[in-house]
Design a protein around this ligand. Structure first.
Ligand code: TRP
Length: 453
């Protein structure tokens, strides 16, 4: 196992291995918990529209940027910025990336813990143990949140200290397609339920008057979160990428796959929300605002499985939450990998020690979140909604004006020989130099102006 030695970095076993790992990082709670929740809070279809645009206009170019910086330098974000520019600002940006990873993971594990709790909720419920089901699914039970999150963190740490490519590739190759199939079947099922068409309309027919700065900011935050961008996760993953791979192509696959799964999750959850409402679950308050908050999908989805009933309900309910927890695990791994690789590279501490140290710190922060879940919204806003686009802004400015696009082209050329003869390069240059930084900065600045007024 080469990766357990301090100075030898691992590489992905194969091209498909890298794509699986990057997709494993991208696809997670962001697609199935965060996206439907934020979308439902922000007017459904209008949000989907802006989100999809931002994914391709800003997300994809930043992904290519992160991967090329990572592969060029073979380093973590702090080390990567340092290696290519003397400017101290980017060292600070690198630290910001590491900090975002720590902060995001500290609430991510709590939600991931809920997916495990709900796996058991399904088993208990369908076995007729309704009291147990109710107990294990109480998301406000601090001790329970803490216990399950600690378990989840322990598994994440164990995988990270073994090195990058083991485990992730296999888990994703096998289980991700299964998750897609299950969601697909559930979509078909839910379409036949009362209330479903109302949810579908809300999801697919945009009301453009719902678009405002809050919605645009939320959509940008979601684009970065879902694609695992803006905190150097893909700089780190890119550092394990072989020079033979075509970065723009790999990034395109990951992006399309990730958005596809989020889109499907919306297709499942919007109708389910309305179905649950038809069943008497309180979803909206008198003003039409969503009451569920961060626990939304954990209130409506179990309802769907209870409704299915019997063995079918048990099989779908239990496997859905099981697969979701695996998806969360492959994402959590990438969140922990960033600060860990920083400690390994920059402080020369062994992988095993680093993973335990950083993982331990994150677990301690997570305990606070376990007992006060309202912290999730706050941390998420600071580090995901603001923090990640800020990181993305740094990366695009860094590539375009400090490392320089010509050097990026030389890196991208490896694995993509005819880069000069395709439309990709001239278009990419315009995006990374002008469109991405200007658009990200404009959205962040208008949010600040709005907040001050
Ligand atoms: N993208 C993951 C999800 O959708 C979460 C995640 C993993 C992440 N690594 C990241 C988010 C890095 C931001 C940055 O669940």
């Amino acid at each position: 196992m080469a990766t357990s030695k301090p100075n030898i970095r691992g590489t992905w076993n194969s091209k498909i291995g890298f794509i699986l790992a990057a997709a494993g990082s991208a696809v997670g709670l962001g697609n199935i918990w965060r996206y439907p929740t934020v979308m439902a809070e922000n007017g459904g279809a209008a949000f989907l529209f802006i989100y999809a645009m931002l994914v391709f206009i800003v997300g994809y170019p930043v992904m290519v940027a992160e991967l090329s910086v990572g592969r060029r330098t073979q380093k973590n974000p702090v080390g990567a910025f340092k290696a290519l520019s003397k400017n101290k600002i980017f060292t600070i940006a690198g630290f910001w990336c590491v900090l975002c990873g720590i902060a995001i993971l500290s609430f991510y594990v709590i939600i991931a813990g809920w997916t495990i709790s709900y796996f058991f909720e399904q088993i208990f419920f369908h076995a007729g143990l309704h009291d147990w089901a109710a107990w294990v699914s109480d998301t406000e039970n601090g001790w329970l949140n803490a216990a399950v999150a600690i378990m989840f963190m322990a598994v994440t740490i164990t995988i990270v200290l073994g090195g990058v490519s083991q485990g992730i590739e296999r888990a994703v190759r096998l289980l991700m397609p299964l998750l897609v199939v299950i969601i697909g079947i559930l979509i078909v099922y839910v379409m036949f339920q009362p209330g479903a068409s109302e949810g579908l309309t809300e999801y697919l027919v945009p009301d453009f008057s719902a678009i405002n700065t809050d919605l645009i900011l939320a959509a940008m935050g979601q684009a970065f979160f879902s694609l695992s961008l803006g905190m150097g996760a893909l700089i780190t993953y890119g550092s394990y990428l072989s020079k033979k791979e075509n970065i723009p192509e790999a990034a395109a696959m990951v992006t399309v796959f990730d958005v596809g799964i989020a889109f499907m999750a919306g297709l499942l959850i919007m109708p389910t929300i309305y179905m649950a409402q038809a069943q008497g679950v309180v979803i909206f308050d008198a003003d039409g605002n969503l009451v569920a908050g961060t626990a939304l999908i954990f209130q409506v989805l179990p309802e769907l499985f209870h409704e299915m009933g019997g063995l079918i309900g048990l099989i779908f309910g239990a496997s859905f939450f099981f697969l979701l927890s695996i998806a969360a695990l492959t994402s959590a791994i990438s969140l922990l990998e960033v600060p860990t690789s920083y400690v390994i590279d920059e402080h020369g501490i062994r992988r095993k020690k680093s993973a335990i140290l950083i993982g331990g710190i994150i677990t301690i922060i997570a305990l606070f979140v376990a007992f006060d879940t309202s912290l999730i919204g706050t941390i998420d806003f600071i580090f995901s909604v603001i923090g990640l686009p800020l990181g993305g802004l740094f990366v695009s400015i860094f590539l375009a004006y400090f490392w320089k696009t010509e050097n990026a082209r030389l890196e991208l050329e490896k694995g993509f020989d005819d880069i000069n003869s395709t439309i990709f390069w001239p278009v990419y240059k315009v995006f990374i130099k002008y469109i991405c930084p200007v658009l990200i900065a404009a959205i962040l600045i208008s949010t600040i102006v709005e907040a001050i007024r």
